[in-house]
Design a protein around this ligand. Structure first.
Ligand code: HEM
Ligand SMILES: *[C@@H]1O[C@H](CO)[C@@H](O)[C@H](O)[C@H]1NC(C)=O
Ligand SMILES: *[C@@H]1O[C@H](CO)[C@@H](O)[C@H](O)[C@H]1NC(C)=O
Ligand SMILES: *[C@@H]1O[C@H](CO)[C@@H](O)[C@H](O)[C@H]1NC(C)=O
Length: 439
């Protein structure tokens, strides 16, 4: 995947000048980011860009019949969690209504409902199964007795499946757009209405999705800054933080936007945002109803052939990373607010990458994909169970990543050294994922 080499090079040079002085580097990066804001060329995106046309017949996402909105029955055991896209898909029967499904359910359902490409859906679904489920599938909310899938006896790999809601630090991350930080709110899966209000205010209507996304950078920075300034336990890991948390900012404009002849690449309205996030009422007096995420009626997904892919998603991650490089820093607060300390990416990756060259060439893509790959053997390595055909089960994930790594010309990364995380209470008190902090 080619990125905007010109603007990347400008940033890379500037960042490397000051890399020896981390505190200064952060400050410098911030200034640099401000000076670059809004200036980035659309070069990177235009390479990926296909000519998209609008075809109502194939893009219509049904919300009637088998796909009519049915809210969850929590008393009967239905679960919903931190992902509004999956919650809405469950409410409309694109994935199992109870909120517990297999990898295939998630890949198929997100593709059918939203036009999420099979590579990205596969990647996210396999990750959910490995980290938050029982390898075959997982719960989109918390732990559930419904999670009785055939491989349940393989538990012990990651402990009893905690679902997406219980996957803080593994999959669910701090500094999400509308969900609160776990340490601050005691839950990581419900909408915090003031955060939704910020999102709503930041969204510009009546322009295409690219422009909408570009204009969300200030909201993204504000959320990041809020976690730094208020959450003493803020932790921003390489996978959940650097890679997954940006999804909350790009996915709505990329996959919740309505498509039309006027905006073949989509344009998300504030009303659509409200519907997908289960918000009603008037701006300033919003009301949130847990679990009522809804696909709007008469809504059209992405064009067939223009699905949201891994390269498309990484381009979006890079886009914000270029505009505000601190978003690419793995790190956290060290027990006090306003103490954000980045880890040394060099030691984390055993010398393979350094912060200074992360924005050079394909390094960020390599780093992101390899870090997510590296996380797998760590977890599997701790397994004492007979893992039998695990390799087979994980094949889609390794194939998927391998395919994306192919052609990037990545340097070899042999695992990561996460001993540097010891200084972050947000990690130390929740090293293997959790749904709450003990201290
Ligand atoms: C297999 C597919 C998917 C999986 C496993 C998944 C998983 C997750 C997880 C774990 C989170 C929490 C991340 C965090 O704390 O920052 C999340 C958040 C989010 N997801 Fe998904 N997701 C999937 C598909 C989708 C789709 C298709 C959409 C959009 C149509 C979507 C939209 C979102 C949004 C907007 C958030 C941020 C919520 C917020 O904090 O405001 N996701 N997802
Ligand atoms: C995907 O879902 C649709 C309808 O929801 C169904 O017709 C199709 O058979 C599913 N495909 C797979 C591979 O599960
Ligand atoms: C971060 O938040 C603090 C406190 O609210 C504020 O003073 C500061 O200007 C913010 N910085 C950025 C970059 O938004
Ligand atoms: C989506 O766009 C179509 C085509 O322009 C329009 O008819 C429809 O009302 C829109 N749907 C929503 C939910 O805004």
């Amino acid at each position: 995947m080619k990125t905007s080499l010109v603007s990347l090079a400008v940033l890379a040079i500037a960042v490397s000048e000051v890399a020896a002085f981390p505190a200064l580097a952060a400050e410098h990066a911030e200034r640099l980011a401000n000076s670059q804001r809004g200036k980035r060329s659309t070069l990177a995106r235009s390479i990926h860009k296909k000519r998209v046309t609008f075809d109502p017949a194939s893009q219509y996402t049904s919300t009637t019949g088998a796909h009519a909105f049915v809210p969850p029955n929590f008393a009967a055991g239905d679960v919903r969690g931190p992902c509004p896209g999956l919650n809405a898909a469950a409410n409309h029967g694109y994935i199992p209504h109870n909120g517990v499904g297999t990898m295939g359910d998630f890949v198929n359902g997100t593709n059918e409902a939203y036009g999420m490409a099979l590579d990205l859906g596969g990647f996210l679904a396999v990750y959910g199964s490995v980290f938050d489920g029982n390898l075959l599938g997982y719960s989109i909310g918390g732990p559930t007795s419904l999670n009785q899938l055939p491989l349940n006896n393989l538990l012990g790999l990651t402990g009893a499946p905690q679902g997406l809601s219980g996957s803080h630090n593994k999959y669910e991350a701090d500094t999400s757009p509308t969900r609160g930080d776990l340490y601050l709110y005691g839950n990581d899966y419900e909408v915090q209405v003031p955060q939704f209000q910020q999102y709503y205010d930041a969204l510009i209507e009546g322009v295409d999705a690219d422009t909408q996304y570009a204009n969300l950078i200030d909201f993204r920075i504000a959320r990041f800054n809020d976690s730094i300034t208020r959450n003493s336990h803020f932790f921003y890991s390489p996978f959940a933080g650097v890679l997954v948390s940006p999804a909350g900012f790009s996915f709505p404009v990329r996959m919740m936007a309505n498509h039309s002849a006027e905006f073949p690449e989509g344009s998300l309205s504030k009303a659509q945002l409200m519907s997908f996030f289960s918000i009603t009422g008037k701006s300033g007096k919003f009301v949130y109803t847990v679990g009522h995420e809804r696909i709007p009626d008469n809504w059209y997904k992405r064009a067939i052939g223009d699905e949201y892919t891994i390269p498309g998603f990484l381009a979006d991650v890079l886009d914000f990373g270029e505009k505000y490089p601190p978003l690419l820093d793995v790190g956290g607060n060290t027990g006090k607010t306003d103490s954000f300390t980045p880890v040394d990416i060099g030691s984390l990756t055993k010398g393979v990458f350094s912060a200074a060259d992360l924005l050079e060439g394909n390094n960020l893509e390599c780093y992101a994909l390899q870090i997510s790959q590296a996380a797998l053997p760590d977890i599997l390595g701790g397994a004492e169970t007979n893992i039998g055909d695990l390799t087979q089960i994980l094949k889609p994930l390794s194939d998927n990543i391998a395919e994306n790594l192919l052609g990037l010309g990545c340097p070899t990364l042999n695992g990561i050294d996460d001993s540097q995380y010891d200084v972050y209470p947000g990690y130390n008190n929740c090293p293997n994922g959790c749904s709450g902090y003990s201290s």
